[in-house]
Ligand binder design. Structure first.
Ligand code: NAP
Length: 303
């Protein structure tokens, strides 16, 4: 904000709760630029009600929070922040793989609850990560960063994306084959009309009963109701989720939170000091470029 105050008048939304659409429209008003950190409120009606808007600069890799088609029709550019958070998010995806397969969060809760009175032979048995097959769905910046980490664990890596291409880290595989043969499936596609519900009942039924499903992409890519059912019926082994279909979600009785072998985090994939600083810096730099009439640094396709 301090940086942007050097080139513009800045109005801030200072609450930790996202603005509703009316408040957002009023806040943007006659502004030429918006720097947005999350939420899903930049719908066509909001964009259309802000006549001077030239750029929506997102401090995120995903851009499902903006109606991009509407923005482009209205002549509003949209930028995101690739290249500065993929390693950080891959770290967390790997943390979820380890936590879910080795029952780390569950073990912590067990010790803290005072239940560790005996040493049963099968106490918190999990499944190995090293030597397992990792299936990556969406093989972009984060998918590649996860693949690099997997090689340190001696894993076999396969991936699925619309582009059929192998590289030195991973072999392309059709989605159904990836789901049926992988021990760990990690999801890294953007949320779009094509990927909403990509992993549903049918796909979960293809997976191994010991498999782990990890999602650091966007909640709606996985059918959460089907996932809860698969975990309860032990059709898959475990899950690690950084993202959910409803965020934030203070409902402690949500069936997802009662599902067995499921590690759930509050969307903290990019939440490190340095990644978040780099993200807002890049978003601010995009706004500066736009206001000065220079080329944008990281426009999304079509902007
Ligand atoms: P990216 O570099 O754009 O990679 C996306 C990949 O998904 C590409 O390989 C793309 O390949 C593939 N893809 C796109 N549509 C597909 C489809 N319909 N079916 C199969 N594959 C498809 O993006 P990224 O930086 O890796 O980030 C991925 C997503 O992670 C973001 O969009 C964001 O939603 C999420 N994210 C979450 C956090 C967090 O805090 N949890 C942090 C950063 C990002 P093809 O075009 O060849 O299909």
């Amino acid at each position: 904000v301090a940086r942007l105050r050097e080139v513009a008048d800045v109005r801030e939304w200072s609450s930790d709760l996202p603005p509703d659409r009316e408040s957002l429209t009023a806040l943007i008003g006659d502004a030429e630029a918006v720097l947005a950190i999350g939420g899903d409120a930049l719908v066509a009606a909001v964009l259309a009600a802000c006549p001077n808007l030239r750029i929506v600069a997102l401090a995120s890799a995903g851009y499902d929070s903006v109606d991009v088609d509407a923005a482009h029709t209205l002549g509003i550019a949209v930028t995101n922040t690739p290249g500065v958070l993929h390693e950080t998010t891959a770290d967390l995806a790997f943390g979820l793989i380890l936590a879910a397969r080795r029952r780390i969060a569950e073990g912590d809760r067990y010790v803290r609850s005072g239940s560790w009175e005996r040493v049963p032979y099968r106490l918190l048995f999990g499944h190995d990560v090293h030597g397992a097959q990792l299936g990556i769905i969406g093989y972009g910046q984060i998918g590649h960063a996860v693949a690099r980490r997997a090689h340190g664990f001696g894993m076999r890596v396969v991936h699925y994306s619309r582009t059929h291409q192998d590289d030195e880290l991973s072999t392309w595989m059709p989605l159904d084959e990836l789901l049926a043969t992988s021990d760990i499936v990690s999801v890294h596609v953007p949320l779009s009309d094509q990927t909403r519900g990509l992993i549903g009942e049918r796909e979960l039924r293809l997976m191994k009963p010991t498999a782990t499903l990890v999602n650091t992409a966007r909640g709606p890519v996985i059918d959460e109701t089907a996932l809860v059912r698969a975990l309860r019926e032990e059709r898959i082994g475990s899950a690690g989720l950084d993202v959910q279909s409803v965020e934030p979600n203070p409902d402690a009785s949500d069936p997802l939170l009662e599902a067995p072998n499921c590690v759930v985090l509050p969307h903290i994939g990019s939440a490190t000091e340095s990644a978040r600083a780099a993200m807002v810096d890049l978003a601010a730099a995009n706004i500066e470029a736009c206001l000065a009439g220079r080329p944008l640094l990281s426009p999304i396709p079509g902007s």
